[in-house]
Design a protein around this ligand. Structure first.
Ligand code: SF4
Ligand code: SF4
Length: 423
């Protein structure tokens, strides 16, 4: 696509990158068919091709309006369009740049501004978020539904094995996961321990940076990224850990991007590159240990249980990881039921479910209907946002797949475990 960027952005790093992305788009529209917001709203400007046009116009100097901003706000950044695009258009990066520019040119006011400030301020701070979650649970019964959906009932994490193996890996506690579902990292630690790997969390690490980055606070997002690198670096430098394992695919996609996002920071570029190279989704970690897992499973009587798998967008479109988790779950005796439109977002998308509740809930209802069609009594996913969002709309238990695998390795029927615990 021919572009003539305006003076204000032409000779900047973002400008050069946006120009390269815009030039790659041949305007074919293939991406539109797989865009969840286009499917719901039927407006070209709520699909990737239309949004690319809007961003192009703004970067070429046209003044954006609140309507321009709304079309960009409605995008889930699910990146299904990237998976469909035959020309390799990096839409996710372009929309990041476009939103940043539009935000500066069309400032937000009133409640919209206040809500985004609150999200940027409270969500990435695990301590503050944990206190808010505790308070939310105390008054959960009287909360409006949109907030109640974000306050899951407390669940015990279970034991975290001591550090007893020479093979060690780091994991990220993150911002919301420790208070919403501490059981996920604990389950990962138990499974890896059984495979001969000790899993550690580094004190001082926190939010991966995605929350602030996707709320257009790019500097705040980078501060979170640098803090994590600082927290991890002593163990990396000392050669104490062999990988950084992510149990939330959204955080994994972000940490894999540290190398790119900090590439122009002279103090952090090199370390960010090393961190991104060492980062892997927990699915990649377990796939690499497939033989050890098979030996563990061979000694167990596996009961076949139907399970519906929802691959988060950050896993399938962001990290481009497909098939690995499915193979692990199948090897562990789960019978994966067919799920229609598995490429589509569940509507969680970070803070999207709070900022665009109507679209988000429609996508969730559609996703839950698709997940339920195979008659499975349990649902698995790989990202805390998707898990919480889906669970708020169904009585079928929704867990991270590593939790289902952990239950399977503990020699019990996974669903019986959940039923015994009262869900
Ligand atoms: S982003 Fe890709 S699929 Fe979409 S219009 Fe451009 S070239 Fe076509
Ligand atoms: S990221 Fe998702 S919602 Fe946004 S334009 Fe692409 S497919 Fe549509």
């Amino acid at each position: 696509m021919q572009t003539q960027l305006a003076e204000f952005i032409r000779n900047t790093s973002d400008g050069r990158e946006a120009e390269e992305i815009l030039r790659a788009c041949v305007h074919c529209g293939f991406c539109t068919a797989t865009c969840p917001t286009y499917q719901l709203l039927g407006d070209e400007l709520d699909g990737p091709r239309g949004r690319i046009y809007l961003i192009k116009q703004v970067l070429e100097g046209q003044q954006p309006t609140a309507k321009t901003r709304l079309h960009l706000d409605r995008c889930l950044t699910c990146r299904a369009c990237e998976s469909t695009c035959p020309s390799g258009v990096r839409y996710g990066r372009l929309v990041d740049i476009g939103r940043h520019v539009v935000e500066a040119k069309v400032p937000r006011r009133g409640a919209d501004r206040a809500v985004r400030w609150a999200l940027r301020t409270f969500v990435p701070r695990a301590g503050l978020f944990g206190a808010a979650m505790k308070a939310g649970r105390a008054v959960r019964g009287v909360l409006p539904q949109v907030l109640k959906d974000k306050v899951p009932l407390a669940r015990a994490a279970g034991p975290w094995p001591g550090v007893r193996h020479s093979r060690r890996m780091l994991t990220l506690a993150g911002c919301v996961q420790p208070s919403m579902a501490p059981s996920i990292n604990a389950a990962a630690a138990r499974v890896l321990d059984a495979l001969g790997i000790s899993l550690l969390e580094a004190p001082g690490a926190g939010c991966c940076g995605a929350v602030r980055h996707h709320l257009n606070d790019h500097d705040g997002g980078k501060a979170d990224m640098k803090r994590n690198i600082d927290a991890w670096w002593p163990m990396i430098e000392a050669g104490e850990i062999e990988a950084i394992v992510m149990t939330a695919s959204g955080c994994g996609a972000q940490v894999k991007d540290y190398a790119y996002l900090l590439r122009e920071d002279p103090a952090y570029a090199e370390r960010a590159q090393r961190v991104s190279a060492m980062t892997q989704d927990i699915g990649e970690t377990i796939v690499a240990e497939a033989q050890a897992l098979e030996r563990l499973l061979a000694s167990r009587k596996l009961k076949s249980e139907p399970l519906a798998w929802h691959a988060p967008c950050s896993l399938q479109h962001g990290l481009k990881l497909r098939g690995g988790v499915e193979r692990i779950l199948t090897a562990a005796g789960f019978e994966l039921t067919p799920v229609r439109d598995s490429h589509l977002c569940c509507g969680s998308a970070g803070t999207y479910s709070l900022l665009q509740p109507e679209l988000s809930h429609t996508l969730r209802d559609n996703k839950l209907a698709a997940l339920g069609e195979g008659g499975a009594g349990m649902i698995a996913s790989a990202n805390i946002g998707c898990i919480t969002h889906l669970q708020a709309g169904t009585r079928t238990p929704v867990r991270h797949w590593i939790e289902w695998l952990d239950m399977r390795l503990s020699d019990t029927s996974a669903i019986a475990d959940i039923e015994a615990a009262g869900k």
